[in-house]
Design a protein around this ligand. Structure first.
Ligand code: SAH
Ligand code: SF4
Length: 411
């Protein structure tokens, strides 16, 4: 433990933590999140002959992802024998919800408990946030417990413990959201939920912007997103799924080839010396290399732009010169720029830029021909905004809570 803390404090050279914690599969695994291929193998294990497996997978897919059933005996089109055989070996479990918070702006945050490596040890916790807006509702999904990286302005980066989530735990977050929102055939939405007016779906978009660096948990994130995008199931199209990365360059091309969702890059700085400090991974993959990977991202066009996220840090990266350099850097890349007001957290050394600064920055970008939405902080009262997702296993001290409340009041 101490070693990792020391490494985190080391000023140079240290870029990544290792995901030291391992996932240990339970004796009865859940079918949720299995790819079609893995599900076919699971059916094989339950005694289904090979020639029937494809058809059975299709049946199960519908029960799991279209109807949201939680028990095998609800699968009435499946024979009783097969239901019993499945029940002996598998479950339909999702991650356990241990807390739900509802913000005054309709944002909902769920704290999910995941099994730890050693029995009796404190379990792992991750958060998942639901953000309804006019005409769409976005689910912000986590890819790791903690994060392998240590961006200096991000609360998640300060978490010591890191474990990669499994595909089941990633897809499971979408399932939990739909469970809690009553978004299955015959379901009842909870009180206060913003019900889609057009009879549409409660979750229309997914952003991989919760805890963790998705491209350091590549295989699980890929498998999970392919399940989420599958048109016979949850069916959220790849154009409505955005994967956000701090810049794991070699895996950007892989993401394009093997996943094919929209891409967001956490840029945050226009000079390598500053980005080295804010996003230490920059020491490994500097800005020019990162932007080359963006230029090569398959399918990028004016209709499918890459989003560049830029957190507004007072007197750090928010000058007009920074804005000018940003436009120069992005020349030739079909891009959107998303300015994120910094969300403070207890103990941080950064402050959010003044509103006037953010407006000036945004105006410059707009005049240069980019749409420059400033991301409205959502769910601040429940600590659900960007970068504030930090497992409740690391509880805030009373002093920290007071500091936080004071900060919230200055908004
Ligand atoms: N690890 C990935 C995705 C999760 S972070 C990444 O870094 O892209 C999602 C976004 O929130 C990133 O752009 C991240 O830089 C930003 N973020 C992190 N901490 C923040 C904070 N305190 N205030 C505002 N944005 C923050
Ligand atoms: Fe990890 Fe993203 Fe936070 Fe950086 S900003 S520490 S990559 S979650």
């Amino acid at each position: 433990m101490t070693t990792i803390l020391q490494e985190t404090a080391a000023p140079r050279g240290f870029v990544e933590k290792t995901a030291l914690e391992r996932y240990v599969a339970p004796a009865k695994p859940s079918l949720v999140g299995m790819s079609r291929g893995v599900l076919a193998d699971a059916l094989g294990a339950a005694g289904v002959p090979e020639r029937q497996r494809k058809m059975r997978v299709q049946q199960l897919w519908n029960w799991i992802y279209v109807r949201g059933v939680m028990r095998f005996d609800e699968m009435t089109s499946v024979s009783k024998d097969l239901r019993a055989a499945l029940d002996r070996r598998f479950t339909l479990e999702r991650p356990e919800v241990v807390a739900e918070q509802v913000s005054i702006d309709g944002t909902r945050k769920w704290l999910l408990r995941l099994p730890g490596e050693h029995a009796g040890e404190r379990p792992h916790e991750v958060e998942c946030v639901y953000i309804p807006e006019a005409g769409r509702a976005t689910l912000c999904v986590s890819s790791q417990v903690g994060c392998t990286l240590t961006c200096s302005f991000c609360h998640t980066g300060t978490q010591r413990l890191v474990r990669n989530l499994t595909p089941g735990e990633i897809v499971g977050q979408v399932m939990v959201a739909r469970d809690r929102l009553g978004d299955w055939p015959g379901g009842t939405p909870p009180e206060g939920a913003i019900v889609p007016t057009d009879g549409g779906r409660f979750v229309t978009n997914i952003v991989m912007m919760g805890m963790g660096e998705p491209l350091y948990n590549f295989d699980a994130v890929r498998d999970a997103l392919l399940v989420v995008a599958d048109g016979d199931g949850i069916g959220i199209s790849k154009r409505r799924i955005t994967l956000s990365t701090s810049g794991v360059v070699p895996n950007i091309a892989r993401a394009g080839a093997e996943i094919g969702t929209m891409l967001a890059i956490s840029l945050h700085a226009v000079r390598d010396d500053l980005r080295d400090e804010l996003v230490p991974l920059n020491r490994k993959y500097p800005i020019a290399t990162l932007l080359d990977a963006c230029r090569d991202y398959p399918g990028v066009s004016n209709a499918r732009r890459i989003t560049f996220e830029y957190v507004m840090l007072k007197d750090v990266n928010d000058s007009l010169d920074d804005a000018k350099k940003l436009i120069k850097l992005l020349k030739g890349i079909p891009a959107k720029i998303n300015l994120i007001p910094f969300n403070p957290w207890p103990g941080t050394r950064y402050e959010c830029s003044d509103w006037e600064r953010i407006e000036k920055f945004s105006e410059y970008i707009f005049n240069a021909g980019y749409s420059s939405p400033v991301r409205t902080p959502r769910g601040r009262d429940i600590l659900a905004a960007c970068g504030q997702l930090k497992s409740a296993t690391e509880k805030l001290s009373a002093r920290e809570r007071m500091a936080l409340r004071a900060m919230a009041m200055t908004d």
